[in-house]
Design a protein around this ligand. Structure first.
Ligand code: CU
Length: 473
């Protein structure tokens, strides 16, 4: 059994722990291979999202699945393919035969450096003076200088909270929406996944910020190992189950070409301890401290379908904005009524009422090709004249714009309809209600750009939200 360990645990043992040292040597070796080699560095990154000019027949490029419930199983197969290639290279170079990709747990409350890149990824040169293969200049320079990711980027609480894997019908979901009928990012794909991509990439278009180049950064794979691990964490929590649908379980993912190609279905990778995967994580304990998850074990209301199966009862839309909202370099806001079905909506909404509704905020069709920020923090009903920092309790969630450019190009591989998110805002709504500040005839949503430290450049870009709507269940 291979064990994937936390990179900061390894780094604390030694900044150049053998796992990292051999990773660096293997990266060097893989980079020397031609782009057409399915075991080469460029090919590995291109599987995720690039279409090079000349490409061998049968090659698999630009395959990555985002914004749907295939995000997790596809990336699990991708990471397995990558790990097999690196393990083989390490063996060929005379290293151990059980090399395993580490994971980067940036949310670990017990690790004071969790939100920083480990030293082996920040040093431009190896101890001997040669260039360090794990270093990438194409990152936010602050990350390479040892600064921390923003706290919001690594908040796994909202990611792990949804009881449903499938997102849809107005409800949030852990794993994403079922295509093609619905589209939308699961809570994990949004934050921390997308937010860490954008945080490492920085404002000047680092590798991690685009599908086409993300896999070129050696830290990409440690980030995705953590995302894969968080799937195991979520599944281990009470009341959390993977979808039973054949459409999800029998989906097949084929990566690479030639003798080393991998072709696996979701079903075949659900138990990571079994071949061909055969790995475990050194920890799959739910997060503690700041990011502890308040678990909601109430079963979701279900309804029988005609086919004899069961479906989660959809949430009801109770209000929506009627104009697009720009996402620029300064905060923007939108206001709309949330009583489409008359006064009964939210009337029964009382503090400590066991039967009180859940409230979800859907942010639809976020599009843009030039971005002022990598993400936005949403606030509900910020009082006039006060800033977001004065009201952390009104923070409703964060959306990451990772992938928005790819999803905005009309006719592109990833469609032109943009990104869609569904956030659980039940607790903020309850708090506002308790404070007497929830009026059914107006809900104000403020979008505040995610900003680390001083503002680098003031560009407004062209990003915008198509529509904001509120659901109640
Ligand atoms: Cu990713």
């Amino acid at each position: 059994m291979y064990e994937r360990r936390d990179v900061w645990t390894l780094s604390d043992e030694h900044p150049w722990h053998p796992t990292l040292e051999w990773y660096a040597r293997a990266v060097d070796e893989l980079r020397a291979r031609p782009a057409s080699d399915p075991a080469g560095w460029e090919y590995l990154a291109a599987i995720h999202g690039r279409k090079p000019g000349a490409w061998p027949p049968g090659a698999t490029w630009n395959q990555c699945r985002h914004g749907s419930w295939f995000f997790l199983p596809w990336h699990r197969v991708y990471l397995h393919y990558f790990e097999t290639v690196v393990r083989q290279a390490v063996r060929q170079l005379g290293g151990p035969d059980d090399w395993t990709v580490p994971y980067w747990d940036y949310s670990d409350a017990r690790q004071p450096n969790a939100r920083r890149l480990p030293p082996a990824f920040r040093e431009p040169h190896l101890p001997g003076g040669k260039p360090n293969p794990l270093f990438a200049a194409q990152r936010d320079p602050r990350m390479n200088a040892g600064e921390e990711l923003g706290r919001g980027a690594v908040d796994v609480g909202p990611a792990l909270k949804p009881r449903n894997f499938e997102l849809g019908a107005g409800r949030p979901g852990f794993g994403g929406a079922r295509p093609p009928a619905e589209h939308g990012e699961g809570s994990l794909e949004n934050v921390p996944h997308g937010a860490v991509h954008m945080g490492v990439a920085g404002p000047r278009d680092g590798w991690m910020g685009r599908f086409a180049t993300a896999g070129l950064d050696p830290v990409f794979w440690l980030h995705h190992a953590n995302i894969d691990r968080l799937w195991e964490v979520w599944r281990g929590m009470e009341g959390h189950d993977d979808p039973a649908d054949a459409a999800w379980r029998d989906a097949r993912f084929t990566l690479g070409h030639g003798p080393g190609a991998v072709s696996l279905t979701t079903r075949e990778v659900l138990d990571v301890s079994r071949p061909p995967l055969g790995y475990r994580y050194s920890s799959v304990a739910p997060p503690e401290g700041r990011f502890a998850v308040r678990l909601d074990t109430k079963p979701l209301p279900r309804r029988r379908t005609r086919g004899g199966g069961e479906r989660v009862v959809p949430a009801e839309m109770v209000g929506a904005s009627d104009a697009a909202v720009p996402l620029g370099a300064a905060p923007s806001e939108v206001q709309f009524a949330v009583e489409s079905r008359g006064a009964r909506v939210f009337k029964s909404f009382r503090v400590d009422d066991a039967g009180e509704p859940e409230v979800f905020l859907k942010v639809e069709n976020v599009r843009g090709l030039e971005l002022a920020a990598g993400g936005y923090v949403l606030y509900l009903n910020l009082p006039a004249g006060s800033g977001p920092d004065d009201h952390p309790e009104r923070r409703a969630g964060e959306i990451s714009l990772f992938g928005v450019r790819e999803a905005s190009a009309a006719g592109g591989e990833h469609g032109g309809s943009g990104l869609t998110f569904t956030l659980d805002v039940t607790e903020v709504a309850r708090l506002l209600r308790g404070a007497g500040d929830w009026s059914p005839d107006r809900l104000r949503v403020t979008f505040v750009p995610v900003q680390r430290g001083p503002r680098d450049e003031v560009v407004d870009g062209d990003a915008r939200v198509g529509r904001v709507s509120v659901f109640q269940a």
